[in-house]
Design a protein around this ligand. Structure first.
Ligand code: MG
Length: 159
């Protein structure tokens, strides 16, 4: 078994869609980023890569590389899972926390869990998505940013 932790934060700006865990949130602003800015997918990727000691998201998908411009977070996640499989690991489970002041994530949690589970090749019961606001404090609380934390457990690949 190997454990990994990941974190990501993106600034929220006008005129951008708001992808989170592969779901597009209904909101007038969205994350700024070279890729699509899916902070949750990016945090999970860093947790996966960290658990396998395979570097970080910026090493595998450099933000200056035109190949990754506007690329979907779930697409990068699938690529990261392929790297893990090559390295001899499967994902055992994932626990995540999204920090976002608005919109409320309740209605989006189940679709996000389903998306992450599919990309990770595991069951929905192995994927946890929790949401918190930042109580009006700091960049997240002032609705200027979305952040996400992820913890994953890997096991040696059996199949
Ligand atoms: Mg990111």
């Amino acid at each position: 078994m190997r454990i990994g932790a990941g974190y990501d934060i993106h600034r929220l700006v006008e005129g951008r869609p708001f992808p989170l865990g592969g779901v597009t949130l209904e909101y007038p602003r969205g994350p700024l980023g070279h890729s699509d800015g899916d902070a949750l997918a990016h945090a999970v990727i860093d947790a996966l890569l960290g658990a396998a000691a395979l570097g970080d998201i910026g090493h595998h998908f450099p933000p200056g590389d035109p190949a990754w411009r506007d690329v979907a977070g779930l697409d990068l996640l699938r690529r990261a899972v392929a790297l893990l499989h090559q390295a001899g690991y499967d994902v055992h489970n994932v626990d995540t926390t999204v920090l976002l002041e608005e919109p409320r994530l309740g209605p989006y949690v189940e679709p996000i869990r389903a998306n992450l589970a599919k990309a990770l090749g595991i069951q929905v019961s192995q994927v946890s998505v929790k949401a918190k606001t930042n109580e009006g404090m700091d960049a997240v609380g002032m609705k200027l940013a979305v952040a996400a934390h992820a913890v994953v457990l890997l096991q040696e690949r059996t199949g």
